[in-house]
Structure formats: C-alpha cells, structure tokens
Ligand binder design. Structure first.
Ligand code: ENP
Length: 266
C-alpha cells in the first residue's frame, strides 16, 4: 500500500539486543536502563495509530527513558556520510554521533511503522516522507536530532560530503532544521567542519564555497567560532583504506612501503 519499505523483520529482537549490548558492552558508563521498558515506550509512539499522524512528541516517554549524557567534544553531526561516520566514530570510541547513542541505536539502519486499529507492525510497507512527513521514522529522527543537539557541548564536529549532488550542506535537512537551531550556544566552544570529497569524485563544495559557505555564514551570524577543513586527514586516511594507489590518496601511498614480496628482486 505505501511506497516505503515495511518494518524491518525481527525489529523487537534487534532493538532489545542492541539496547542491552549498548548498556552492557558499548557504553556501560550510562548506568542501568530497562531495555524492555524503553522498547515498550518506543512502540507506544506509533502502534495502533494512523502511520501518517505520528508526531515527534509521541516519542517523549521513550526519549526520557533512553536519555544519557553526551561527553563534551564527542558530538559528530553529518549529512550524506552515514557509513563513513559509522566507521569513523568506532561505536563511541572516537566520537559519539547520534547513531552511537542509546536513542539512535533504536533507529539506525532500521524501518518501522504500525497501522490504525491494529496492534501489530506493518511489515509490508510504510509511508515515506513524500507520502507524509509525520511518519514514525521521520518523527523519531526529528526528536532524536533535537535532543542530541541540545545535549552537545564543547567542540562540535560536522562531517559533510563535498561530492554530494544536493550540496554538502542541504539547507533543508535534519542538520539545518533540527540540529543547528537547537545548539546550546553557551556550552559550545567552537564548531569544526570537515568537508570530505569522495575518492575520485567531484569537488563540488568546499570550505568557503557553495553550500558550505552558507553554513559557515549562518553559524558565524549565530556567534560561533568556526574552523573548516577540506578533506581532513584523519578521515581521509580511513576513506583511503580501499584506494591505496589512487592519486587522491597520495597521503598514504607516498610513504615508502615495507611490504615484501610485491616487487620482483630481479
Ligand atoms: P542519510 O539520508 O544520509 O542516511 C540515512 C540513514 O542514516 C538511515 O539508514 C537512517 O536510519 C540512518 N541515520 C542515522 N542517524 C540518523 C539521523 N539522525 N537522522 C536520519 N537518519 C539517520 O541521512 P540524513 O537523513 O541526511 O540524516 C543525517 C542526519 O543525522 C544529520 O543531521 C546528522 O547530524 C544526524 P533509518 O532509521 O532511517 O534506517 C538525525 C536524523 O545525526
């Protein structure tokens, strides 16, 4: 019936498993949480309801139960870099993007919706954003983004994609609409933007240019101290793992290799 993908099979097992893994292994410092209770609150937001009439506020109880602090200097915001952010953050070890918080782990890579007058999930299809903005997934990420931005402090990092067709900084998107407006100015020391181009991809946007310039100006007007770095080396090294000999990766291939057996001794 709907154009979007249906609920991810085994959603309950995945999410409750992720929750216990998060509190026991990934980030035990957040203390004791009741994962079954959090799951029930998550479900209550959208089960037995019109799937096009789910509001961010429907997740309030879930958010309150799953909330934990974000350490200063660990927040990582992004657009168009989902898999790169997932690898780079290293499940909170390096950074703590929203998908590496307990709240985010309830939604990352998953899909879900219910239906009116039915206490189950719809595994066949779910409304996408074009069909209705007030769908279960969109409203979840809205309140999750708002909560995450409000809690972020210290140095704020932002990873953008300089090869993205719609611009590195989409002027309509979660970052622009729900995160930037909810930053707590007095708790933020500065904002550092990284504009990463795809290896071998076009350099469409960069610091001081195009949509990145729009973001820099917006943040400056708001009174923030901004640093912008094109192809930040640490992230570039990670991107270059799969492109060792590409000219965009001379950063890694210029170092003399000590690998043996590749060059014939004759
Ligand atoms: P996309 O369109 O590149 O990637 C969407 C994918 O990332 C989906 O698989 C989604 O999970 C997952 N995801 C992880 N965190 C978020 C998220 N936080 N979010 C929406 N999807 C998320 O990403 P977007 O839509 O541009 O969102 C990027 C935003 O995430 C940025 O504002 C960044 O700062 C923020 P699912 O459940 O849809 O399968 C907020 C919105 O953290």
């Amino acid at each position: 019936k709907w154009k979007g993908e249906g609920t991810t099979p085994n959603l309950e097992s995945i999410v409750i498993g992720r929750c216990y893994e998060y509190i026991r292994i990934v980030n035990p410092s957040i203390g004791e949480k009741n994962c079954t209770e959090i799951w029930e609150a998550f479900k209550k937001a959208f089960i037995n309801k019109d799937p096009c009439n789910i509001l961010p506020s429907d997740y309030e109880l879930f958010i309150n139960l799953a909330l934990h602090t974000i350490p200063p200097n660990k927040s990582l915001f992004w657009e168009n870099n989902h898999l790169l952010v997932t690898s780079y953050s290293d499940r909170t070890r390096r950074y703590m993007p929203l998908c590496d918080t307990l709240i985010g782990s309830f939604g990352d890579f998953l899909n879900w919706c219910g239906q009116a007058n039915d206490t189950g999930f719809n595994y066949d299809s779910c409304p996408n954003t074009e069909e209705c903005e007030n769908n279960a997934v969109e409203s979840f990420w809205k309140i999750a983004s708002i909560t995450y931005a409000k809690q972020s402090s210290g140095v704020i990092y932002v990873m953008l994609n300089g090869s993205a067709i719609g611009g590195a900084y989409p002027v309509k998107g979660f970052f622009a609409d729900y995160e930037v407006p909810n930053f707590q100015k007095d708790r933020i020391s500065r904002i550092e933007i990284w504009v990463m181009d795809d290896i071998g991809g076009p350099d469409l946007d960069s610091c001081g240019r195009g949509s990145v310039q729009i973001l820099e100006e917006r943040l400056k007007t708001m009174g923030y101290d901004i640093t912008c770095i094109d192809n930040y080396k640490s992230v570039l090294l990670l991107k270059c793992l799969d492109y060792l000999n590409h000219s965009d990766c001379s950063i890694v291939s210029s170092a003399p290799s000590t690998q043996r057996g590749l060059v014939s001794p004759h």
